[in-house]
Design a protein around this ligand. Structure first.
Ligand SMILES: NC(=O)N[C@@H](CC(=O)O)C(=O)O
Ligand SMILES: [Zn+2]
Ligand SMILES: [Zn+2]
Length: 431
């Protein structure tokens, strides 16, 4: 079915168009971008007053399948994605079993082919079983379609093994994504170490657990000349290390998540496990440093680190709750509410952080509205407000930091590979 999106305010289009313009989608591809494209037999979507962006690319998503289908599946996770305007996700390999062999990647791709509503790119594990002792076969994983390697959920402790991983990744042309955590320092901590953890009587995780590992991984990556991407940056010291590495011209990129840009450890006052994640929420000074790093380009991308957990793992005493929060359905709206609505961010910047930058980091052909490209498009009402409720989630899990919050900026329609993957009731379709 062909689709004509009429009169939207286009952001991130290859051809510069002033004011409202149209996009014609044909056979899954963007056929034409311009003004006054005549209506024919296509389905027509009225996007007047709406923002039209390239489909969002979320480079840090836990889909949980195979193994933990009680938390999320490829089907539900990608439904959540398109509901949040995300048309491409990078699936993290900490599934059960871990994505550590070509056979397992093939199995995932088969599930994706049968059940996914969005594009799914795969990250494979650095070590077998993510156990940190034996490297996986990078060349074979790359040949099977993996776009990155990471042991996300943990860090490879062995310096020598990690050095070898960077050397091999460089040789194979694979991006290494680093979850930076020294478990000897984070130990049994449940929130950031500081005034708040003392006040609340909770075990703290020192920032050193993160930034010392950032320092090591940057050093080893530079030694191998291998591109490295630092996942979920949460503190100022990590920002400073990444800034310095970039200044030296090293191939370094970094992401943070909306929760680190919006909340601080003060959110833990109520002992709400929906603010418990790894790395933990830090202080206002860290949050402000992250905001500045996003503005300066030291942090390249924003990703959700969508980490679904069941109610029985999350809706329990803080100490025992799992680490992680969902984010696919709120990431765009949370940034719109927090930054665009207050003129601290432009739509162009949002499109870069949530779409073109992650696409570029992953080396995938996404993140731009251009004739001839796969039609991945999201239509957003910048003014519509909505309240985050459990009932409305497409995700199987409800562990969102934004529950009960009113957000501004609503995804009205998501087109993935030329098909309408999600639409709200608030946008008019004809034909
Ligand atoms: N971020 C989290 O708190 N949890 C993630 C793991 C991870 O991203 O390190 C998970 O898989 O649940
Ligand atoms: Zn992680
Ligand atoms: Zn993660």
């Amino acid at each position: 079915m062909d689709i004509l999106i009429k009169n939207g305010h286009l952001i991130g289009a290859a051809t510069v168009v002033d004011g409202a313009a149209d996009i014609l989608v044909k056979d899954g591809v963007i056929a034409e971008i311009g003004k006054g494209i005549p209506e024919g037999t296509q389905k027509v979507i009225d996007a007047s007053g709406k923002i039209v962006l390239p489909g969002l690319v979320d480079m840090h998503v836990h889909l949980r399948e195979p193994g933990r289908e009680d938390k999320e599946t490829v089907a539900t996770g990608t439904k959540a994605a398109v509901k949040g305007g995300v048309t491409s996700v990078l699936a993290m390999p900490n599934t059960t079993p871990a994505m550590d062999s070509p056979e397992r990647l093939r199995m995932l791709q088969e599930i994706v082919r049968k059940t996914a509503s969005s594009h799914v790119f795969a990250a494979a594990a650095i070590t077998k079983g993510r156990a940190g002792t034996e490297l996986t076969d990078f060349a074979a994983l790359k040949a099977e379609g993996a776009v990155a390697v990471t042991d996300d959920g943990s860090s490879v402790d062995d310096d020598g093994l990690m050095e070898e991983a960077f050397r091999l990744a460089k040789k194979c042309g694979l991006l290494v994504i680093c979850h930076c955590e020294d478990k000897r320092l984070s130990q049994k901590g449940v929130m950031s170490l500081g005034l708040m953890s003392t006040e609340l009587g909770l075990r703290g995780i020192p920032k050193e657990a993160e930034y010392r590992r950032v320092e090591r991984d940057l050093r080893l990556a530079a030694g191998a000349g291998c591109p490295v991407h630092i996942a979920h940056v949460s503190c100022r010291e990590s920002v400073d290390l990444i800034a310095a590495a970039k200044k030296r011209g090293e191939p370094v990129t970094a992401e943070t998540a909306p929760h680190y840009l919006i909340f601080t450890d003060e959110a833990l006052e109520t002992y709400d496990p929906n603010f418990k994640m790894n790395p933990p929420l830090r202080t206002k000074a860290d949050r402000d440093a992250l905001r500045q790093a996003v503005r300066d380009g030291v942090i390249d991308a924003v990703a959700s680190d969508h980490a679904p957990h069941t109610e029985s793992e999350k809706d329990i005493e803080f100490d025992h709750a799992e680490f992680g929060v969902t984010g696919l359905e709120t990431e765009c709206a949370s940034l719109v509410s927090e930054f665009i609505a207050s003129d601290q961010m432009t739509w162009m910047e949002l499109a870069r952080l949530l779409s073109s930058a992650p696409a570029k980091i992953l080396g995938i052909d996404k993140g731009r509205l251009e004739a001839g490209r796969c039609a991945d498009i999201v239509i957003i009402d910048p003014a519509r407000e909505w309240v985050v409720t459990k009932a409305a989630f497409a995700s199987k899990s409800n562990n969102s930091s934004f529950l009960g919050r009113r957000l501004k900026g609503a995804v009205e329609c998501t087109i993935c590979a030329g098909k309408i993957a999600y639409t709200s009731k608030n946008i008019s379709h004809k034909g």
